[in-house]
Ligand binder design. Structure first.
Ligand code: B12
Ligand code: SF4
Ligand code: SF4
Length: 315
């Protein structure tokens, strides 16, 4: 067995937890018994599993948990367009990097801690933020995110579950949130409420959005970084604008090829195009309406064809 006690260079913080009933108790003290009302299906289904890591992963003895800055991920070139352009669709800056769900397993694959090791980046039922606070890596800010020392919330969380009995390494639990409330003030929906979060609406909510939800997403077609960027110590990759003419008029195969390695891939082309149509319809200029009409003639998706026709006549 290879066992290294040093933090890998790409991580900004790390800790080691024993996976046992003590940890289960600590997680269950923080996570409520039932999932929050806004929870999507996948969270509801796995809620009990998230509250009991030692039951969910009976083979695991230790959990190495780390925070990795988004800015440490490799950049990906995407067809961007200038701010203020009629065809600009706003994208959260972390989507200009390789998708962390894909990149982290590669980054962590050189680290071995036992016969059995599983790398988790939101890919298994683990309450990642809760475990990170228990380990003392950071604290939860008013923006609901994990904050590292210096009020830095520009990171994602990655873990390794292992059957090796490693010595526990917890850091002192400190509150890194300054309570400056910049996150709440900068949130386009004003209160960092997950039900109205642009990130959830643009990436997870399928089907049509309500009129109010379309208004809430504004210019965003993927994610949102306002509340994380607001933290005084955060350095995130810069938000950018995807060219909506490219997104709507390029073949699906070519778009799929371009977004394949980025977080845009888990929203998928259909959702990105749906969001693009809402952004264009809200702008409602002749060029935007013309693009909606052109798209409605070329798309092979019945859902998007109907939506673009509806939006063309109502915008
Ligand atoms: C569902 C989900 C979402 C939902 C809901 C977010 C939310 N508020 O929980 C939506 C789609 C909105 C979302 C958006 C984003 N997400 Co998200 N998401 C998740 C997911 C899959 C589950 C989170 C969950 O279970 N929430 C339910 C709540 C009840 O539980 P919890 O989050 O574990 O933590 C709460 C408790 O633990 C408690 N808590 C923790 N410690 C303590 C201590 C004390 C003393 C107390 C009182 C409470 C307390 O407070 C927390 C907040 O309520 C996690 C991955 C995972 N497996 O955990 C990623 C995750 C939370 N998301 C992540 C990211 C990066 C984002 C975005 C920044 C992406 C973007 N740029 O658009 C935004 C940020 C929006 C925001 N302000 O939260 C990262 C967070 C990194 C970080 N620094 O915190 C995670 C951890 C994925 C990862 N592996 O890195 N996300
Ligand atoms: S991601 Fe955007 S919409 Fe969601 S809580 Fe943060 S600032 Fe608000
Ligand atoms: S912006 Fe201020 S209040 Fe909000 S989480 Fe960051 S440090 Fe806390």
């Amino acid at each position: 067995m290879i066992f290294s006690t040093s933090k890998p260079d790409f991580a900004s913080a790390w800790a080691v937890l024993r996976v046992d009933t003590t940890l289960d108790r600590q997680v269950a003290e923080i996570l409520p018994e039932t999932p929050p009302v806004w929870s999507p299906e996948y969270l509801r289904k796995s809620w009990d599993q998230r509250r009991q890591p030692s039951v969910t992963f009976p083979w695991a003895k230790s959990l190495i948990i780390m925070a990795i800055p988004f800015r440490n991920l490799p950049a990906v070139a995407l067809p961007a367009i200038a701010d203020g352009s009629e065809f600009a669709g706003k994208v959260s800056g972390y989507a200009s990097r390789v998708d962390y769900h894909r990149a982290a397993p590669q980054m962590l694959s050189s680290l071995h801690y036992g016969n059995r090791c599983e790398i988790v980046v939101d890919t298994k039922p683990l309450a990642e933020k809760t475990l990170a606070t228990i380990a003392g890596i950071g604290s939860i800010g008013l923006n609901n995110c994990l904050l590292l020392p210096g009020s830095d919330s520009g990171c994602f969380i990655a873990s390794i579950l292992t059957d090796a009995e490693l010595p526990e390494l917890r850091l002192p639990r400190v509150d890194y949130c300054t309570k400056c409330r910049q996150c709440l003030d900068n949130c386009p929906n004003q209160h960092c409420n997950p039900t109205e979060c642009i990130s959830a609406l643009t990436m997870e909510r399928r089907g049509e959005l309500t009129t109010e939800e379309r208004h809430l997403i504004g210019d965003w077609i993927f994610g949102c970084s306002k509340c994380t960027a607001a933290c005084p110590g955060t350095q995130l990759p810069t938000d950018f604008n995807l060219d909506l003419e490219w997104l709507l008029m390029t073949s699906s195969g070519e778009v799929a090829r371009c977004i394949r390695d980025t977080p845009l891939n888990y929203a998928g082309i259909q959702l990105l195009r749906r969001n693009a149509l809402y952004v264009l319809a809200r702008r409602g200029t002749p060029r935007c309406r013309n693009l909606i009409e052109q798209f409605s003639k070329t798309t092979g998706s019945q859902f998007l064809k109907q939506l673009s026709a509806d939006l063309y006549y109502s915008s």
